[in-house]
Design a protein. Structure first.
Length: 348
């Protein structure tokens, strides 16, 4: 064997050895690292334009909004809940979670800090100028605050993605978004062909008499998406007069209630009050008994499509003859919580 042959043989052995080592290094699970498909932290811009950077390694979460709490539980994050508002009552298992405030408008800062959540979810009531000091106290305690509108569908899919990433359940978030969107799409597809003259005039009323919604309200958006025309869309404010409603002559009246127990009585009382309002006695909605009462919770978070289906069917029953909003509500409840639905959520 000449000198050149020896050199070539040695070089080949070296190459083979290096290649074998490299192959082992990439295939050996102890010496390789596979990047995770889920980022370790995400940047989220909330409903008030605040930019929040949060980790997906959090273990302690608090929520001051029922719709947000329901989403967290639907995405398997209930075990991380260490605080809730008094209005967060569903699923029933969350009642064992400590109460840290009556609502986003009435947070108990001392109790929130005591529970030491890494993230506090709240709705826009916490962003009120009257609550600025309390909000800052929470942030000063090192708690990250995410403020959202769980009843605003334009923001809901992105918010669900955010929760899914935080909870390391992106697959569940995707499924939830697809489930909700499938029903919203049904309404949009059927309503978009309606001519304006075929849409009913609707008077929407809050839990307080003569308090309505203008075109700056999210509830006005619900009304438009469901195929109705808001008689107060161009109003100067949310307060209207009986004379205004009577002159507008809506063909449908819908009234919102906030019910903790969802008993029939909670819905019959406001229904009978509206039907007996003397100033509205000649209004089409009264003479045709087209007055409807609904629970505000069916338009928030996971249940958004339930509320939309109810309104769409009330507004245009012929377009939604095959739709049963109550059945959809029951199906959703079973799918995400494995529970049967109890109580009244819409009347009659």
């Amino acid at each position: 064997m000449n000198k050149m042959t020896v050199i070539i043989a040695v070089a080949l052995i070296a190459i083979i050895s290096i290649s074998a080592f490299a192959l082992y290094s990439f295939s050996d699970p102890e010496s390789s690292t596979t990047p995770s498909s889920t980022p370790e932290e995400i940047t989220y811009v909330d409903a008030k334009g605040n930019t929040i950077v949060v980790s997906n390694n959090v273990t302690r979460i608090a929520s001051l909004n029922m719709g947000i709490t329901e989403l967290i539980c639907a995405l398997d994050g209930e075990e991380m809940l260490v605080g809730r508002s008094a209005g967060c009552l569903y699923p029933p298992s969350v009642e064992s979670v400590p109460i840290v405030g009556d609502s986003s408008y009435y947070p108990n800062v001392e109790l929130i800090v005591e529970q030491n959540p890494e993230i506090l979810f709240a709705d826009t009531m916490l962003a009120s100028s009257k609550k600025a000091e309390l909000l800052q106290m929470i942030k000063d305690a090192g708690i990250k605050v995410i403020i959202e509108q769980p009843g605003n569908f334009t923001r809901l899919p992105g918010f669900i993605e955010c929760i899914g990433t935080i909870l390391n359940n992106e697959e569940g978030a995707t499924e939830t978004i697809e489930y909700i969107t499938s029903y919203v799409d049904i309404v949009h597809e059927r309503v978009e062909s309606l001519a304006e003259e075929d849409k009913p005039l609707v008077y929407f009323e809050m839990t307080k008499a003569w308090r309505s919604a203008t075109n700056t309200s999210v509830r006005h958006q619900y009304l438009v998406e469901a195929g109705g025309i808001n008689i107060n869309a161009d109003g100067e404010g949310s307060t209207v007069t009986p004379e205004f409603v009577a002159t507008a002559n809506p063909s449908i009246i819908i009234r919102m209630v906030s019910s903790d127990n969802n008993t029939l009585n909670d819905f019959e009382i406001p229904y009978n009050e509206i039907m007996a309002t003397p100033q509205l006695s000649t209004v089409d909605a009264i003479t045709n008994s087209e007055v409807y009462i609904y629970d505000s919770n069916i338009f928030t978070g996971l249940r958004y499509p339930v509320g939309l289906l109810y309104w769409a069917k009330w507004f245009n029953p012929e377009l939604f003859a095959d739709i049963d909003p109550a059945a959809t509500h029951e199906e959703l409840n079973q799918h995400f919580y494995g529970l049967s639905l109890d109580g009244v959520y819409a009347y009659p």
